[in-house]
Write a protein that binds this ligand. Structure first.
Ligand SMILES: *Cc1c(COP(=O)(O)O)cnc(C)c1O
Length: 234
């Protein structure tokens, strides 16, 4: 898909404006919120363009695509965030390029990521992905809130991994406010035990304001920056 040359710059300015306004409304400083540009489905050329425009953090959700894009952008000083569902057999690959893994939602991933990071001679930051779904969907993407403490402790203890904090996706089609309020509680519980685990990764194109209101330190924005993704891949 072709995009006019000024489009990314304009979109980025608009997203920064939204983050700034949300921070002002919440009495927070915009520097407290890191923009992670979610570049999934878009080519490495877009990553490069975003880097030229001052974006320092990019997010991807599929290993194969992320690994290829990272290789194409090896000359850029970017922080790479893996934000998608992670399979155990992909940990070896992900540990080779990701700096922050947002989707640690079960103990077997802690072990697999730690081994892979040790083998690769890298240090990774891991976030515990918290499920904010109620009822039958609970725990489908993310750990149940009651399991987060054990996962955080495991991340903290694992060689070559650093516990960064927590991550969540708001439940589909529901008000994000109570979900992000719950996430803020879980984040505070984790910080009470692990004071350095300050990251709260929450907020996407549709709900970044609610996330910032509830203490997000990282917002993960794709559509508002790059446009709508092809429907089947998103
Ligand atoms: C795709 C994706 C995003 C970005 O979503 P947009 O609505 O396009 O901003 C954020 N977080 C995760 C985990 C994603 O998979």
């Amino acid at each position: 898909m072709t995009r006019p040359d000024h489009q990314l710059r304009d979109n980025l300015a608009a997203v920064r404006e939204r983050i700034g306004a949300a921070c002002a409304a919440a009495g927070r400083h915009p520097r407290e919120v890191t923009l992670v540009a979610v570049t999934k489905t878009w080519p490495a050329a877009d990553v490069r363009r975003l880097a030229e425009l001052g974006v320092a953090d990019v997010g991807e959700n599929r290993d194969q695509e992320a690994r290829a894009k990272h290789a194409e952008c090896a000359d850029l000083a970017l922080t790479w965030h893996f934000v998608g569902h992670l399979q155990r057999n992909k940990c070896g690959s992900v540990a080779g390029y990701a700096d922050v893994v947002h989707s640690v939602d079960r103990l077997e991933l802690v072990d697999a990521l730690s081994r892979a990071a040790v083998a690769a001679g890298r240090q990774l930051t891991g976030l515990v992905q918290v499920s904010l779904e109620d009822g039958p969907a609970a725990g489908r993407s993310g750990a149940a809130p009651a399991a987060v403490g054990d996962l955080a402790a495991a991340l903290e203890a694992a060689p070559a991994l650093t516990l960064g904090g927590v991550m969540a996706v708001a439940p589909l089609g529901a008000d994000p406010e109570p979900a992000f309020a719950r996430l803020a509680e879980v984040a505070a519980e984790i910080r009470a035990v692990h004071p350095a685990a300050t990251v709260v990764s929450a907020g996407m194109t549709g709900d970044l304001e609610a996330a910032v209101r509830h203490g997000a330190t990282h917002v993960r924005i794709g559509t508002a920056l790059l446009g709508h993704r092809a429907a089947s891949i998103g």
